[in-house]
Design a protein around this ligand. Structure first.
Ligand SMILES: [Zn+2]
Ligand SMILES: [Zn+2]
Length: 215
């Protein structure tokens, strides 16, 4: 069942649930902003799928490019982390009334977006989850990712440019696994060597009395 959400509680609740699963003592909060985000902090930007309804002419549309921006800061001495978040609105192109509407985003895509955010926090501030993958949002509308209507997108109109980081670029994990494999091979070889050494000693111990009796 496709459940949609406009309110901000879903985002903050989901964030609290997922951040609690990290093994950390810092206290994190997520704030959903209506206005533009201040500068400062670690930038994290993503796109998701969602739908809109024009409050003026009731036209309904879906979008595969809804920008979501996060600004992440951690005050280590105070053990407090804050994530400021902004979801880009869009305006209707049918009536061109210019009213910026909030998107409806499914619970699943909220979960996915928060999962990506928490992964980013865990990697950046706690150097964990090196092998986690960023997840793609679910496109319920089965629409190909067509050209983004920048003229009716709040963030594009305000001149934000977006650079998507590759979804999976973690080469370090593979290196780590290889070096771990190398280490365990070396340990096994060492173990066999030690084993052979002990066997040789045992053979000597058995053969020595005979040798000495012959002499
Ligand atoms: Zn309209
Ligand atoms: Zn845009």
């Amino acid at each position: 069942m496709l459940r949609l959400s406009i309110g901000n509680d879903k985002w903050t609740d989901e964030f609290e649930t997922q951040i609690e699963e990290l093994d950390i003592t810092d206290l994190w909060t997520l704030q959903v902003n209506e206005n533009n985000l201040e500068n400062g902090g670690l930038k994290f930007e993503r796109e998701t799928f969602g739908s809109f309804r024009c409050s003026y002419c009731r036209h309904h549309w879906s979008s595969s490019v809804i920008h979501i921006r996060f600004l992440i800061t951690l005050d280590r001495p105070c053990k407090r982390g804050i994530v400021n978040m902004k979801i880009a609105k869009q305006s209707c192109k049918m009536c061109n009334c210019g009213v910026m509407e909030k998107p409806q985003i499914s619970d699943e895509n909220i979960k996915i977006m928060i999962k990506n955010l928490v992964l980013k926090i865990n990697r950046t501030f706690y150097e964990k989850e090196k092998d986690g993958r960023h997840l793609r949002s679910i496109n319920y509308y089965n629409e190909p990712k067509g050209p983004h209507d920048k003229d009716h997108c709040e963030d594009c109109q305000e001149g934000h440019s977006y650079l998507e980081e590759p979804w999976y670029q973690d080469v370090s994990h593979h290196k780590e696994t290889k070096s771990q494999q190398g280490l365990s091979t070396a340990l096994t070889v060492a173990g066999v060597t030690v084993g052979l050494g002990a066997l040789a000693l045992a053979c000597m111990a058995f053969s020595n009395p005979k040798n000495s009796s012959k002499k």
